[in-house]
Design a protein around this ligand. Structure first.
Ligand SMILES: *Cc1c(COP(=O)(O)O)cnc(C)c1O
Length: 421
């Protein structure tokens, strides 16, 4: 394999930036155009699809009529954005996205407000995270505000696709891929950025509607210090698919990712545990953002609601006498098992855009290695699940009310009040 060393090098053999890269604006050479929403062109689909029934929706299966597309080259910068009929991309087989995986994605949702206007939930946080993810794999930078304006235009155009039923929404998948057409192992200075949409019901349909089971495996790791777990990169997910299959064979719905004995995340969700103190107050714990944890928008929103005073203003479904101590700190499997044994583990729940908040009802811990289906698994079955009075239930209700625009809360709901064309 050859390392690409095209272009001038400095004394240490490191490629020098091209002269125009000396003056940077938003991370781009100032001579190159950034994303420019005023140059948007819209090509409408000749025939529109039939809308699927809301109760048949499977996450990510049905694309809408249109997509947003633009690309970047080091010569021309960001192309004028285009909204065009949904369809395949035309890519060189040598494109770096197929070989070295400089691929970034985001996930957010559009909801229909009571006034019929589509709404996004804290979308600036997704855009900023996408810029950080792009930087982590050396993809071209872009203006986050400009991309958000274009996403609002796309969602406004596709508003008929947003399901009205509670808990249903239109999933938005912004994607940025390296398209450098060369096998040289180096950063891609060519990229494509596109946004596709898919109507969605509740992400995980469990049988009794109450919660999910998690399997923790000691010999499988999702992320590690200095790695990429804190960024939304495609390369973080494929290595978990085989472990996910093992978990499913053992009867568990999601993986509980560990690093050693430390709890990290559940599937592609952040995780919280609730412990009861002797005086009845509750400790709500989630792992800290140490670089191995994806900084979820839902996680940040849950932490913000939990730390609001008075608490009952943020979470009116909770009993008025509840007292919470919220902490971002290390959470271990031994701590979970000890608390479950002592009867002080009240709840474990997972949070993310797709599921919002979903309680865990059962956690298995496979301590011996091999990832084989017959290795011994120790189980804890959680006594409290997501019913009335639980924190998971109160958080789900409140977040969905904010997302669907029934409640205004700290500017979190952002209407797509833009002209369609
Ligand atoms: C996307 C994601 C989350 C959840 O983030 P949200 O912004 O709340 O949707 C958590 N963990 C992983 C690994 C993820 O990919």
């Amino acid at each position: 394999m050859t390392i690409d060393t095209a272009g001038p090098l400095n004394a240490n053999g490191v490629p020098l930036p091209p002269p125009e890269a000396q003056v940077l604006k938003n991370g781009l050479p100032s001579t190159l155009p950034d994303i420019d929403p005023s140059r948007l062109t819209i090509i409408r689909a000749a025939v529109l699809k039939f809308l699927p029934e809301a109760n048949t929706l499977v996450f990510g299966e049905v694309p809408t009529d249109h997509m947003l597309y633009m690309d970047f080259s080091p010569d021309h910068g960001w192309s004028p954005p285009q909204i065009r009929p949904y369809g395949p991309l035309n890519l060189d087989p040598a494109s770096s996205c197929f070989h070295y995986c400089p691929n970034v994605f985001e996930g957010l949702k559009a909801y229909l407000g009571p006034d019929g206007t589509p709404r996004l939930f804290r979308p600036q946080l997704n855009m900023e995270r996408m810029v950080r993810s792009a930087e982590r794999v050396a993809l071209p930078p872009f203006n986050a505000d400009a991309l958000l304006i274009l996403i609002k235009r796309l969602v406004a155009l596709e508003a008929r696709w947003i399901p009205r039923a509670r808990g249903c929404s239109l999933y938005i998948r912004p994607t940025l891929i390296g398209t450098r057409p060369s096998l040289g192992v180096s950063a891609s200075r060519h990229a494509a950025l596109y946004v596709i949409l898919s109507p969605t019901g509740p992400y995980i349909r469990d049988k009794d509607g109450k919660g999910i089971s998690l399997l923790a495996m000691s010999d499988q790791v999702r992320a590690w210090p200095g790695g990429t777990g804190g960024f939304k990169l495609g390369l973080n997910y494929a290595p978990g698919f085989a472990a996910q299959r093992t978990a499913a064979a053992l009867g568990y719905q999601q993986l509980l990712w560990l690093l050693g004995e430390t709890v990290a995340e559940a599937g592609a969700m952040n995780v919280f545990a609730v412990f009861e103190r002797t005086d009845g107050a509750l400790d709500v714990v989630t792992p800290p953002l140490d670089g191995t944890i994806l900084p979820g928008v839902t996680r940040a929103s849950v932490l913000s609601l939990l730390s609001h005073t008075p608490l009952t203003a943020a979470l009116p479904q909770l009993p008025t006498d509840v007292r919470l101590h919220t902490a971002e700190r290390t959470l271990t499997m031994s701590e979970l098992f000890a608390a479950a044994g002592a009867g002080t583990l009240r709840e474990v729940f997972c949070v993310g855009t797709a599921a919002v908040v979903i309680p865990a009802t059962r956690i298995g811990w496979q301590r011996r290695g091999g990832g084989s289906a017959d290795a011994e698994v120790q189980d804890i079955v959680l006594p409290v699940v997501g019913g009335e009075g639980s924190l998971a239930h109160a958080l789900w209700e409140r977040l969905v009310d904010i997302q669907e625009g029934r409640i205004e809360w700290e500017g979190w709901g952002v209407p797509c009040d833009v002209a369609v064309a």
